[in-house]
Design a protein around this ligand. Sequence first.
Ligand code: SN0
Length: 316
Amino acid sequence: MKNFTSVDDVQDLEGLLSLAKIIKAAPFSHPEKGRNKTIGLLFFNPSLRTRLSTQKAALNLGMNAIVMNLNTEGWSLEFEDGAVMDGTSAEHVKEAAQVVSQYCDIIAIRSFPTLTDKEKDEEEYVISAFLKYASVPVISLEGSTEHPLQAVADALTIEEYKKTDRPKVVLTWAPHPKALPHAVPNSFVKMMKKVNVDFVIAHPEGYSLNQKFIAGVTVTHNQDEAFANADFIYAKNWSSYDDYGKILSTDPSWTVTPEKMALTNDAKFMHCLPVRRNMIVTDAVLDSEASIVIPQANNRTFAAQAILTKILDNEQ
Ligand code: SN0
């Protein structure tokens, strides 16, 4: 694997998930693989799990990890080719990406969408610029349209907790006070299309994800109907895609409650975290046996370690 910026970069998903399981059983068995290699983790936005689990994965492989919060500590970067830089941007990504490539063997980047400029977001203008100008592999730590490391951890978690060969998985929209990106649901949808699950998306009207991602997937506006017989409930908020970046609803009837969970086939509750309690999901569900959000977050390390292994080995 050269770069990992999309779920589509995985050629052999079954192989990747098997590798993640092997790594989870023995995370310290290849301490030499990353010797004298450095990963640079560049953040334009906040992070807890992604930062620490990717750093931990790198350390487990004997790599060095250096981290920088570019938004607060770095020079403000210019991304436009040919720009006259007479404004606030001090440095062009062209130099920045080439320079960081000399210090790091892998560059990993988190860059959320603007949620105002759809075109720019869809171009993944930050990650695309690093792909263009960096001379080393690039990993997405959540871009504007995808969060592929999260999706690998999610697939691993479903694999571990499923009770049937083909479980029913429901991705449900849930209310949130802020406008949130589409990256997590987009990558989750891409991933669910690649694994053996019966997959349904439930959301209120106006919250359709980009057709590019959901083509061929069953979508309903009836959450109760979707929850019937579900084995996994994956809750997530996202802002409107059609009315780009807007909050059209905070309808509390979409919050995941014990009553909603009672409609399922004793489903497990999943969320990528951070989660707004009693908005997305009530305390009663999040603190119940049904919730697997903590082991789900733990799998972030093994997903990242599997991806780093593939990149270091230059394997599919
Ligand atoms: C991000 C998102 O893409 O939805 C990161 C998830 C891994 N989530 C948030 O920004 C939540 C912020 C909040 O205020 O709850």
